[in-house]
Design a protein around this ligand. Structure first.
Ligand SMILES: [Zn+2]
Length: 96
């Protein structure tokens, strides 16, 4: 697969292990959840550009209060590659 320097479509998000998080738009609600990326791809297509897209936020439904509409945040893939996932050495304590 050719290297792509942009992550601008729903398919790009999926292939990079990233996600979208929906924030409930109800006043002071503070609700939110990770969105089902596979479902979004079924609805919008994997070539759908999520950047500056109003549709995903407009169709967001809060599962806690039922409010329709919210804002969307991109979640980075912060998984640690296996070769870096070594245990952190315990801090050495200078016991005098
Ligand atoms: Zn809500």
């Amino acid at each position: 697969m050719a290297y792509r320097s942009t992550i601008e479509t729903l398919g790009d998000l999926r292939s990079h292990g990233m996600a979208l998080f929906g924030h409930c738009g109800a006043l002071y609600a503070g609700h939110g959840r990770l969105l089902d990326l596979d479902k979004l791809i079924r609805l919008f297509g994997e070539d759908h550009v999520y950047i500056n897209d109003p549709e995903i936020g407009r169709k967001f439904v809060c599962l806690e209060c039922g409010h329709v509409g919210g804002s969307i945040t991109v979640m980075a893939n912060t998984a640690v590659p296996n070769d870096l996932a070594r245990p952190v050495p315990a801090a050495t304590v200078d016991a005098k």
